[in-house]
Structures are given as structure tokens and as C-alpha cells.
Design a protein around this ligand. Structure first.
Ligand code: SD4
Length: 334
């Protein structure tokens, strides 16, 4: 997955995407088509379905294959997200993630299953698959969240290997950033791309996961929305699920994923619910030009939705036996 700068949204009018050997050039002209693609999915839903934030064709394909092989929706999501966590070239999740201001790669991840169970790790170092550790927290501890050194220690006790997650490239980028950026404790607005993934198996069982290295060059100890229930992810097996990417501080303040699921409970489509959750942020925040937030959602029928504050948000959906990346035209244009 290529890291994308949310803030340089103006530069994102044209984004090249390659998926499964197909190259899509999403320009202003084709973005209308992307819109049609996504909208038609909503009226022509089917199960199973996998939807993820960003252009992660390999990850969604992996999740889809896992479902075909009989994995639960939860294990499919963990397998899918694991593809990007293991990709050292991706600088937003797992190994290769951009570090905090001190040069430490700290990861946040969570999972939620159809029973409403949840597990998360926050600010964990040295373990490249935090989403798998989050599942262990959910299933093998009496807790739902573990953080920092305790989370790492728990992971090791469960057989996860400790390794250095700071790649040469990410170290170089951090060193460059240190030379050019002022070191002060403001909310970081550098590049960031998180994977939130939702899956429904053929029986209609819904699960989701979210994994991230958080904001690049964040303050040490900072945790965003991605691993926090209701903000970065929420699943209700009777209704649907939602997950988020973008500036976690804003998602947290509006408990975005929970809000979307509750709006679907009230009868909104996934698309309408994502739009309303984005509008909630816009209403409450004066400086939306300084950050991006994007949501995706799915309902029990397999209908999907996506919406973001600014242009440049992409989603990947595996449904109807095919992997579709949409350079979403779904953003607030007011
Ligand atoms: C965070 N929401 O830590 C994450 C960052 C992100 O795409 O989504 N990046 O705030």
C-alpha cells in the first residue's frame, strides 16, 4: 500500500491504482465512474463481502480467500490485515510503519466479532502483527485492552516474535523529518493510512479489525482511534459494522464507528450513515482543511458505504467474486 498524504488533497485529483494486474487511473472524469461502482454495490449486495480502507487489493483478496476456505469472518479480517502488516514497504501498519517523534514504531490494533467481543493492543512495539495479538487479548485474557510493554510481553508469551519494526527507509524518513520539522507537541498532520477491514461471511456473520502505526511522528505515547471500540471500529452482528481512517483525535471525539452503526440501526443505509458521521465532524470542527477522516461501513445485507471529508480516500471491496478499488468520489464538497 502506498502511503498517501491526506493533507495534500489538491494533489490527489489524479491517483494511479493497480489492482490484480488492472491499472485504474482515477481522474476527475473516472471518479464519477467510481461513484457509480460503489453506489451500484449498495443496490446489488451479496455475501460474502470484504471491504477495507485504502487500496489494499492483496489484503482484501487474502481475506476473501480465507472466507472461501471456511475461515470465520474474524480470521479472514486478521489474515487480510496481516498482509499489509507484514509488508515492510508499507509505512502505515506493522513492520515499516513510520515511528513516533522519538523514532519508536508503536502500533495500535483491534478486532471485534459477531458476538460483540472486542480485543485491542495500544502503543505496542516490536511485534509486527498487532491485530493477531488483539485477537489473543480478546480470547485468552480477562481484559479487552492491553497497552505498551505489557501488551508486548503478553504477545511474546503467546509465541509472537520480537523484531525491529523500524526499517531503513522509515528511519531515513524520520531523520529527514527531524531536520525539517519543528519538534513541538501539536497534533501531527503528517502522512497516514490505516487499514480498517470489515467482512461478512456467507452466513451473514460480521467481524472487523483495524490496524495502524498511528500518525507519523506522533508524540511518544499518543494513541489514536484505530484500536478504540466505537471510534476506529464497531461491529453489531444484527445491524452492520463501520471502521475509520484519518485523524484519530476527530474520530474519537465523535465516536464515529459507533455512530454509523447506530444510524444504520435507525434505518440509514451504510452510505447515508457514513455521510452523517462525516458531517458530524464537520459541524463540530472549524479547521477541517487541516485534516482528513474517512469511514467505510457495511450492513447485514452486504450493502456498503464510504465517505470522507476530502477527496483522495480510496476503498477496496471484494464482492461478487471481484476485487474493486474505488477512488471514492464520496467526500464533502461543500
Ligand atoms: C490514528 N486513525 O492513529 C489513525 C491514523 C490513520 O490513516 O487512520 N491513518 O489516528
Amino acid at each position: 500500500m502506498k502511503r498517501r498524504n491526506f493533507l495534500q488533497k489538491a494533489a490527489l485529483g489524479s491517483v494511479g491504482i493497480t489492482t490484480l494486474g488492472t491499472s485504474l487511473r482515477a481522474t476527475a472524469a473516472t471518479s464519477k465512474k467510481a461513484k457509480t461502482t460503489l453506489r451500484s454495490q449498495t443496490s446489488d449486495a451479496s455475501l460474502p463481502v470484504v471491504i477495507a480502507t485504502w487500496s489494499v487489493a492483496q489484503a482484501t483478496q487474502k481475506a476473501w480467500q480465507s472466507l472461501q476456505e471456511g475461515s470465520s469472518a474474524l480470521d479472514a479480517v486478521i489474515a487480510g490485515c496481516g498482509v499489509e502488516e507484514a509488508n515492510a514497504k508499507g509505512q502505515s501498519v506493522g513492520i515499516g510503519g513510520l515511528p513516533d517523534r522519538e523514532g519508536r514504531v508503536t502500533l495500535d490494533a483491534c478486532v471485534m466479532n459477531e458476538k460483540g467481543n472486542y480485543g485491542a493492543v495500544l502503543c505496542m512495539q516490536n511485534i509486527k502483527h498487532p491485530i493477531a495479538v488483539a485477537k489473543k487479548v480478546m480470547e485468552d485474557t480477562p481484559h479487552v485492552i492491553m497497552a505498551g510493554g505489557g501488551a508486548e510481553q503478553f504477545a511474546v508469551s503467546q509465541g509472537f516474535e520480537r523484531e525491529n519494526l523500524l526499517t531503513e527507509q522509515s528511519k531515513k524518513d524520520w531523520e529527514t523529518w527531524r531536520q525539517t520539522s519543528k519538534y513541538k507537541p501539536i497534533i501531527n498532520i503528517e502522512n497516514h493510512d490505516t487499514i480498517g477491514m470489515l467482512a461478512i461471511d456467507t452466513n451473514g456473520t460480521i467481524s472487523g479489525g483495524c490496524t495502524t502505526s498511528g500518525l507519523a511522528y506522533k508524540m511518544a505515547g499518543r494513541v489514536g482511534d484505530s484500536a478504540i471500540i466505537g471510534s476506529g471500529l464497531f461491529v453489531d452482528n444484527e445491524i452492520g459494522a463501520a471502521t475509520a481512517t484519518g485523524l484519530g483525535e476527530e474520530v474519537l471525539k465523535t465516536v464515529g464507528s459507533f455512530l454509523i452503526v447506530e444510524l444504520m440501526r435507525q434505518g440509514k443505509s451504510p452510505q447515508q450513515a457514513c455521510e452523517q458521521a462525516i458531517l458530524r465532524i464537520i459541524e463540530k470542527t472549524p479547521n477541517i482543511q487541516d485534516f482528513q477522516v474517512g469511514y467505510i461501513a457495511v450492513n447485514k445485507k452486504g450493502e456498503t458505504g464510504a465517505y470522507s471529508i476530502h477527496e483522495g480516500f480510496t476503498t477496496t471491496t471484494y464482492q461478487h467474486q471481484k476485487n474493486t478499488i474505488s477512488n471514492s468520489d464520496f467526500y464533502n464538497k461543500k
